[in-house]
Design a protein around this ligand. Structure first.
Ligand SMILES: Cc1cc2nc3c(=O)[nH]c(=O)nc-3n(C[C@H](O)[C@H](O)[C@H](O)COP(=O)(O)OP(=O)(O)OC[C@H]3O[C@@H](n4cnc5c(N)ncnc54)[C@H](O)[C@@H]3O)c2cc1C
Ligand code: SF4
Ligand code: SF4
Length: 421
């Protein structure tokens, strides 16, 4: 109570009394969650998503496969699923031929995934101006515990939320990302967090890929029942697409879905090929990184370096090239670091569960909050970056959902009149 202050309590009460859907829908009817997956299986996923360039590497298909015949290649920057049984070729699956459809049901890039999930989660279609997804509240939030705030990438909201949800029994584990070994390779790997030490060890951002969904198997082996998934936008559509398409057992274990805003991740090779080769910055000597208009790198010797983002672009991971989701549009709560205030997390509250947890944390004094209107530039930037990402969804794909809201190209300026000689 002392830490949060009266102002933040008023803010919590404002959230509690806000209408449950802040954006007025013109189409009020519930969208049918009827799936467009039909009888499609691995062969269709292989053709329409994996080899067509839509696959993000989110690993939803791998964790949903009830026959354990899908593997996941996270070596040498691949980050893609593959079939473990080679006899029918890479795109063949005997279980699929016999009627199994779990992988396509769990894929948040298969056919009309976006509209299906919107209908399932929000019971309505998206408006043209909702390019960053449907939401209830946008606020700025940060942890009041200094250790959590210091360890967090921005306001430490994600870690504070995991700690709160573990303590209150909302979850009994979280699928997060760690650095492998002693951290000197900067290889981001999925893992499970159940304690304060583990949550804080996972805090902060790495800008290479970590399919946190892949820690699901480990969590199940530990006997965990109520999981939070922390993941980039692509991963945060996994639990709700499974819900919308009724994958069943796996879906039920996801109790909370926390999204990270994301415009791209980089190939692991960027460390050697750019940071070390051009700037002499060895990954073993790095202590922290962030992206704020430039790639920021802090070294063990106390030095600080900036690398122009344009230079980094050629190391964009393949799986990000067609990704249309910047704002983690299907999470319970989406979080980002854009905006004027460095140590606050831009927080997009999307579901009733997300709002309930935010209110309880504010009232318990575990986070402080301020209205999103304090930083209108951040919200406008989120909108612009969402449009940039949505333009990546290929026009040739039949399912146009993710291209909704993209403004038409600006008309060309008329050619200057040529004066008669
Ligand atoms: C690859 C990536 C790209 C991002 N791009 C943007 C962006 O363009 N704009 C923007 O506003 N915000 C972006 N973010 C989100 C931002 O960096 C913060 O994660 C977010 O604001 C939450 O901050 P926090 O202090 O509340 O979280 P913290 O308390 O620091 O918790 C962060 C959580 O993220 C998990 N995590 C860290 N790295 C990864 C990873 N590589 N893969 C999966 N999970 C991971 C950690 O395990 C931890 O649980 C990005 C994050 C990542 C990981
Ligand atoms: S996008 Fe995700 S679920 Fe779909 S094929 Fe790729 S890894 Fe599997
Ligand atoms: S841009 Fe981010 S959210 Fe999209 S595929 Fe890449 S990692 Fe996933």
């Amino acid at each position: 109570m002392l830490l949060i202050g009266r102002c933040a309590l008023r803010f919590a009460s404002m959230l509690a009394h806000a209408p449950m859907v802040s954006h007025v829908a013109t189409m009020d009817v519930a969208v049918s969650p009827k799936t467009r997956v039909d009888k499609a299986h691995w062969a269709h996923l292989w053709d329409e998503v994996i080899t067509s360039g839509l696959c993000t590497g989110c690993a939803g298909c791998v964790v949903a496969c009830p026959h354990d015949v899908l593997g996941y290649d996270d070596t040498l920057g691949v980050y893609k699923p593959f079939h473990l049984e080679a006899e029918d070729g890479p795109g063949g699956c005997g279980h699929g031929d016999r009627g199994c459809t779990s992988c396509t049901r769990a894929c948040p890039r298969f056919r009309s995934w976006e509209t299906e999930i919107d209908g399932f989660l929000f019971k309505r279609s998206r408006e043209d101006d909702e390019v960053a997804g449907i939401s209830k509240d946008i606020i700025l939030a940060r942890a009041t515990d200094k250790t959590v705030l210091d360890k967090g990438q921005d306001g430490g909201l994600v870690s504070a939320m995991l700690l709160f949800c573990l303590e209150k029994g909302y979850i009994d584990g979280a699928l997060v990302s760690y650095l492998e070994g002693d951290g000197s390779t900067w290889k981001a790997i999925p893992g499970v967090a159940r304690t304060k030490e583990e949550v804080l060890a996972a805090a902060g951002s790495r800008y290479t890929y970590s399919a946190n969904t892949m820690a699901y198997g480990q969590a199940v082996e530990m006997g965990l029942q109520k999981l939070a998934l922390v993941g980039m936008s692509c991963q945060s559509s996994v639990p709700p697409v499974m819900g919308a398409r009724k994958v069943g057992k796996v879906t039920k274990k996801f109790a909370l879905n926390i999204g990270l805003l994301c415009s791209k991740t980089f190939d692991d090779a960027i460390f050697e090929e750019l940071f070390e080769a051009k700037y002499g910055l060895k990954k073993a000597d790095m202590v922290k990184m962030n992206i704020k208009g430039v790639f920021q790198i802090w070294m063990k010797d106390g030095s600080y370096h900036e690398v122009n983002l344009k230079e980094c672009h050629q190391w964009t991971r393949d799986g990000c090239m067609t990704c249309p989701d910047f704002a983690a549009e299907h999470a319970d709560i989406s979080t980002g670091g854009i905006g004027a205030f460095n140590d606050w997390t831009l927080t997009i509250v999307r579901t009733d569960l997300g709002r309930k947890i935010m209110i309880e944390m504010l009232e318990a004094g575990l986070i402080e909050g301020r209205p999103g209107d304090d930083d209108p530039g951040a919200i406008e930037l989120m909108r612009k970056l969402s449009i940039v990402s949505r333009r990546r969804w290929p026009e040739k794909v039949n399912f146009k959902g993710p291209r909704l809201g993209i403004p038409p190209p600006k008309p060309k300026a008329p050619a200057p009149a040529v004066a008669a000689v």
